[in-house]
Design a protein around this ligand. Structure first.
Ligand code: DQA
Length: 142
């Protein structure tokens, strides 16, 4: 079963970006780990990253049209993108699963991170376990 694992802005900078916050794993490390974990669960993970809101929204439309479940790290879009929220709502509205993931625990950070506009239209959320958040999200899908 194919699943889309989508990463939003600045996540291509993992490894060098605030490593004390986000850890030392790079996006390539994350991608490799996600593909292995997915395969162990019988899933085929299509892992992507973009800094572009429009592209990310297009991938959610693709998930609806191809009937794919989604693991989504919306990154900073989490906190303010109603356009991404409306796209995410189409995924769950089509009775597909969308798991919101975060490497960090946004509730333990700055107050602007305490609100997720994606959370209310997600199937569920996994946050705060580093790269393992993705493993937990994939296992939730199976
Ligand atoms: C993040 C948390 C967001 O607040 C932040 O903007 C990110 C990464 C996380 O995975 O912890 O870019 O989504």
């Amino acid at each position: 079963t194919r699943v889309l694992v989508l990463n939003g802005p600045n996540l291509a900078r993992l490894g060098t970006r605030e490593p004390e916050v986000y850890g030392s794993a790079t996006l390539a490390d994350l991608t490799d780990a996600v593909k292995v974990w997915a395969a162990e669960l019988g899933l085929d993970a299509d892992v992507r990253q973009t800094d572009d809101e429009s592209e990310l929204i297009g991938w959610l439309h693709e998930a609806v049209d191809a009937r794919l479940d989604v693991v989504l790290n919306p990154a900073a879009f989490t906190h303010y993108s109603y356009a991404l929220r409306d796209a995410a709502a189409q995924v769950t509205g089509a009775h597909l699963r969308l798991v919101e993931v975060h490497l960090t625990n946004p509730y333990a950070r700055e107050s602007f991170r305490h609100l997720s506009v994606i959370g209310p239209v997600a199937t569920g959320t996994v946050a705060g376990f580093g790269v393992d958040s993705y493993r937990l999200a994939l296992s939730a899908l199976v």
